[in-house]
Write a protein that binds this ligand. Structure first.
Ligand code: SF4
Length: 77
């Protein structure tokens, strides 16, 4: 019982570390954002408010395809 509690606490600490690391960089990994290199219907990075031409994103790490898409998609206003 005590062992299970300790293991759970350790797991929670690891998640907290990963999140604070992401917050420090202010970017999340492509897998976490469910990024894909293809559009989702008529939604894609080039028309997203977070896209930083030519191939970056405010919130998602790494190289971003203008025709890609992720769960953080926010249409430009
Ligand atoms: S759809 Fe996602 S990866 Fe693409 S620019 Fe928007 S937030 Fe960034």
């Amino acid at each position: 019982m005590a062992l299970t509690g300790a293991a759970l606490a350790l797991g929670a600490a690891a998640v907290a570390t990963a999140i604070s690391r992401a917050a420090a960089q202010q970017k999340v990994g492509q897998a976490l954002a469910k990024y894909q290199g293809t559009p989702n219907g008529d939604q894609h990075c080039e028309i997203c408010a977070n896209f930083q031409p030519p191939n970056a994103c405010k919130f998602v790490d790494g190289e971003i395809n203008p025709n890609g898409w992720c769960q953080l998609f926010t249409p430009k206003t």
